[in-house]
Design a protein. Structure first.
Length: 256
């Protein structure tokens, strides 16, 4: 579904900075992949390239049979609208609109869905997300966890092939974090959404099928889940400590 092939990214500026160096990996249809690594290691850069917000300096990305960076602007807009969903840390929801209005926004922009079709999808998704009761609330009235679930709802409303999430639990308390990760797990299993998620939290990443570790812009290691989430979690913590860098989350590790 996704092939990242020898991707490098150099930011040009006063001093050129090589943020990614020769990164290659594949993601299968329906896989749930976590991306971990110290601050500044290139995780967001990688996600931005896969989401086509940014392009690689060299190398290619193939996504669902297309090479998005080779598409023209119009083709790219339609490719994104149909196949990709995003959850970023600054959720980019419209504060004065309601939860429901924010959720249907991608569908109304697309223009090819009837109102009843949109309504059905909103209700179905809102049930799964546990936000049916707050559909008519405005964003500024919500808690952090509710906002995050709304952002996930909006990212999934058009049934994207690939969901890209950059620290979707970044500023949530542990209760809301548990809700969001169980939700992503459920969406992955029930809707076969392929997910790529950046996280610093080893508990959150232990819900993934596989973790890619990035250090200094290069792939450092890869772990598969195996039989038990507990041992997966222990292995993740071990790779993180091997990797060094910022261990800000290891000092406050919660038991899974
Ligand atoms: N637009 C840019 N121009 C120049 N350098 C950049 C730009 N964006 C990121 N960088 C640099 O590239 C490196 C990788 O940044 P990136 O945002 O990908 O890190 P990250 O792994 O997401 O870190 P964090 O965990 O803190 O979010 C950093 O050293 C950063 O300073
Ligand atoms: Mg980042």
């Amino acid at each position: 579904m996704l092939t990242v092939n020898h991707v490098s990214k150099t930011y040009s500026g006063k001093v050129a900075y090589r943020a990614l160096e020769d990164v290659s990996f594949d993601v299968k249809d329906g896989e749930y992949v976590g991306i971990m690594g110290p601050s500044g290691s290139g995780k967001t850069t990688l996600l931005n390239i896969m989401s086509t917000i940014d392009s690689p300096t060299s190398g290619t990305v193939q996504l669902d049979g297309e090479i998005p960076h080779a598409l023209n602007e119009k083709q790219l807009a339609s490719f994104r609208a149909k196949k990709l969903g995003f959850v970023f840390q600054n959720f980019q929801l419209l504060d004065t609109l309601t939860v429901e209005e924010n959720m249907v926004l991608p569908l109304t922009l697309d223009g090819s869905h009837s109102i009843s079709e949109m309504q059905d999808r909103v209700w179905q998704l809102a049930d799964k997300l546990g936000i049916r009761e707050i559909l008519n609330n405005r964003i500024y009235e919500l808690s952090g966890g509710q906002i995050q679930r709304t952002a996930i709802g909006r990212a999934l409303i058009h049934k994207p092939k690939l969901l890209l999430a950059d620290e979707p639990t970044g500023n949530l308390d542990s209760r809301a974090t548990t809700d969001v990760m169980e939700l992503l797990h459920k969406m992955n299993k029930e809707e076969q959404t392929t997910i790529l998620m950046v996280t610093h939290d080893p508990v959150v990443s232990s819900y993934c099928d596989r973790i890619l570790f990035i250090k200094d812009g290069q792939l450092f290691n890869e772990l598969y889940k195996g039989e038990h989430r507990e041992s997966f979690y222990q292995n993740i913590v071990q790779v993180l400590s091997l990797m060094g860098g910022d261990n800000r989350d290891l000092s406050s590790v919660r038991l899974p």
